[in-house]
Ligand binder design. Structure first.
Ligand SMILES: Nc1ncnc2c1ncn2[C@@H]1O[C@H](COP(=O)(O)OP(=O)(O)OP(=O)(O)O)[C@@H](O)[C@H]1O
Length: 280
């Protein structure tokens, strides 16, 4: 249970209210370093709101979100300005609806993601951009990184095509590659398998498993496709009406009567009956 022994993300007592609506209610969970952690739950359970709090789009009403770095230090994400969560805390995300720069080429999408590191290398000066200091080196590193990811998502032959011309599944992979070009410690993926056919979904699983194997990036994933969740996750956290109802390995989650009841829309008092019917 890496999520308890070495959490990269530690969410404590997170609450998010919108007026009278409690979208997340006193939620605590951990995501393990090096793990693929899935956040699941019925529609409206609060999953995207959790992502929006982690990535700085919303300031939580209450609670703490700690990102633990490999050196043991931590950053409290709820205290960071949203724009610096990506480059200071090294948290990257994708969205439910694809948000590529569709008029830019595939390669440009991967290079533009590295703009921050290039500007830091330039010292934010014109002379820096002209090539004095580390900018040239940073620029060639950025191109190498883009080439690596193009190869990894098998889009090298489409590098000069507008991203908007790619098939849907390839756009999804490009979005993940673009996020990976920022070299994140934590990659948050909002429904990456939505709209994919079975072959594309299989390719996505392979990409995520290879990120886990080859990179120091932990993955937090919102996903409705249970075949993806059960096949690649190390740990699953289940939300219902903004509250955590279960937390464990995929096999523990699969047989938890509260999870089954939430998905089937069963009332609390009928949970035991459902559990006995399915033999959980
Ligand atoms: N900006 C907002 N203002 C008001 N209510 C919001 C806002 N964002 C989310 N909500 C509400 O918070 C609740 C949780 O929504 P959220 O989008 O986080 O759920 P979800 O689990 O991601 O759902 P889905 O699986 O359908 O994407 C919903 O009732 C939603 O209407």
């Amino acid at each position: 249970m890496r999520w308890l022994q070495d959490p990269i993300l530690d969410v404590q007592h997170l609450t998010m209210r919108f007026g009278g609506l409690v979208a997340i209610n006193d939620l605590s969970f951990q995501a393990g370093r090096g793990d693929i952690t899935a956040l699941i739950g019925p529609n409206g359970a609060g999953k995207t709101t959790v992502f929006n709090c982690i990535t700085g789009f919303y300031k939580p009403t209450e609670g703490m979100i700690a990102l633990r770095k490999p050196d043991g230090s931590h950053m409290l994400l709820e205290r960071l300005p949203g724009f610096s969560i990506n480059w200071k805390a090294k948290v990257a995300r994708t969205f439910q609806n694809i948000r590529l720069f569709s008029g830019m080429t595939v390669l440009e999408n991967l290079l533009v993601a590295q703009h921050n590191s290039l500007m830091i290398a330039s010292g934010f000066t014109f002379l820096g951009v002209l090539g004095i200091g580390g900018y040239r080196k940073a620029e060639s590193d950025a191109i190498e990184r883009a080439k690596y990811w193009l190869d990894k998502i098998r889009l090298t032959d489409r590098a000069d095509d507008p991203a908007g011309d790619l098939p849907y599944g390839a756009q999804r992979r490009l979005e993940i590659a673009r996020a990976m070009c920022t070299d994140p410690l934590l990659l948050c993926l909002d429904e990456p398998a939505a709209g994919l056919n079975p072959r594309e979904s299989h390719e996505l699983n392979a990409l995520l498993l290879s990120i886990r194997k080859d990179h120091a990036t932990s993955i937090l994933l919102i996903e409705h496709d249970m075949s993806v969740v059960m096949e690649i996750s190390d740990h699953v956290v289940v939300l219902d009406y903004g509250t955590k109802i279960s937390d464990g390995s995929p096999s523990e989650i699969r047989s938890d009567p509260r999870v089954i009841a939430a998905y089937l829309g069963v009332a609390d008092e009928e949970v035991e009956q459902v559990a006995s019917e399915i033999g959980a």
